[in-house]
Design a binder for this molecule. Structure first.
Ligand code: SF4
Ligand code: FES
Length: 378
């Protein structure tokens, strides 16, 4: 292991999310990449040596776990080099993949490089429906990828993004997890930023669907169908209080965009006026402790009422800054998901409007002109 620099403070990041590229063979309508993911600045991806240096700096800063994400990180042919660099500084690495490029050959190479864990996203329990959401035929490739992970003896997480069009097949999804011997399952309802916000009316589940899903997950947890458990993230439009997004702004995690911009969360570039330091120009230590972006909403000093005097301020940190901006044009506002927010009616209205509409076709992330896919993918 290379020599580590002393960590300055206990208030240090735990997780680095390395968005290696926004390129991806899929085009999911809830993609977390920015709406302008195809801009030239994002196409100027970091070089291998930039990532290796950033990984080493992350470990020196105190990071323990590293998620290789995207887009599709397997598009990067240097992924094995990056995994090896992470293993050399004893970071726990997760490959977050759609699975379509996870061939046996690459899987073996990544395993030899020291990869610790693989998370594969599957869009539905059935091929046609899964391929419709993915925007391409890929369901069987995903199942093959899951089998390859198990054959290599690596821990396997299966991730299903839940929404109105697949949530009624939740039991089938859990059966699929058992068949594929998933060690862990993530059932994450869509979060409505970026692409998902464009598709909110097509994706927001009904209250009845959600209630049933909660019962199904509770029963599956009792049956202990996965050794490492099931994580179920409820859509926050149905919560009374917001989630501590990213564990608090600038508190636990860093996200590095493909072009090297260092951000406190994956959607931070959607907040106008934010300036992100770039790992090409600055080291991560400076970015974490000194940069304006990481300090902008760190702690509680930036809060106004009702958060400022709320006893949940250290629990949820006022919720999500990006969602606050989307609803109120003010990223420093209380997340309107909170029932104490003066803007909570905006969430209630958005929920009601989405559910009143007849179910539209989804707009896939690549269809920037607004074109839509049909369910008959040929
Ligand atoms: Fe959280 Fe602010 Fe709502 Fe209190 S008022 S619960 S701190 S979002
Ligand atoms: Fe940016 Fe929640 S996604 S703070």
């Amino acid at each position: 292991m290379s020599e580590l620099l002393p960590v300055k403070t206990t208030d240090r990041p735990f997780t680095l999310i390395a968005e290696l590229t926004y390129r991806c063979p899929l085009s999911c309508p809830y993609c977390s990449n920015p709406l302008n993911y195809n801009d030239s600045s994002y196409r100027r991806e970091l070089a291998t040596e930039d990532w290796v240096r950033t990984i080493q700096q992350a470990r020196s800063l105190g990071v323990w776990q590293l998620g290789f994400s995207g887009g599709e990180p397997l598009v990067r042919q240097d992924l094995e080099v990056l995994v090896k660099a992470a293993a050399q500084v004893e970071l726990y690495t997760t490959l977050v993949t759609a699975g379509t490029l996870f061939t046996s050959k690459r899987a073996s190479q990544l395993c030899r490089a020291g990869l610790n864990h693989v998370q594969i996203s599957i869009q539905d329990s059935r091929a046609t429906e899964s391929d419709y959401i993915a925007g391409t035929r890929c369901f069987e490739q995903k199942l093959d990828a899951a089998r390859v992970v198990k054959d290599l003896g690596l821990p396997l997480t299966l991730n299903f993004v839940l929404h109105r069009q697949n949530i009624d097949r939740l039991e089938e999804m859990l059966e699929l997890c058992q068949r594929l011997q998933a060690d862990r399952v993530e059932l994450a309802h869509t979060q409505y930023y970026g692409w998902a916000l464009q598709n909110r009316a097509a994706l927001l589940p009904t209250p009845g669907q959600l209630e049933r899903a909660v019962q199904i997950v509770a029963a599956a947890k009792q049956r202990r169908i996965c050794p490492m458990g099931i994580l179920h993230v409820i859509p926050d439009y149905y919560e009374d209080y917001p989630k501590p997004c990213m564990g608090g702004w600038g508190r636990r995690a860093l996200v590095i965009a493909p072009n090297g911009d260092a951000m406190p969360c994956q959607a931070a570039s959607s907040i106008p006026g934010m300036e992100f330091a770039n790992v090409r120009d600055r080291d991560l230590d400076w970015i974490w402790f000194e940069s304006s972006a990481f300090n902008r909403f760190r702690g509680t000093d930036w809060m106004s009422e009702p958060c400022r005097s709320c006893d949940r301020a250290q629990i949820d940190f006022g919720g999500c800054r990006c969602q606050a901006f989307l609803f109120t044009n003010n990223a420093a506002a209380t997340d309107p998901v909170c029932q104490l927010s003066p803007h909570h009616d905006l969430v209630v209205t958005a929920r009601e409007e989405a559910l009143e509409q007849s179910l539209p076709l989804v707009v896939h992330r690549s269809s920037v002109t607004g074109a839509t896919f049909t369910k008959n993918i040929e």
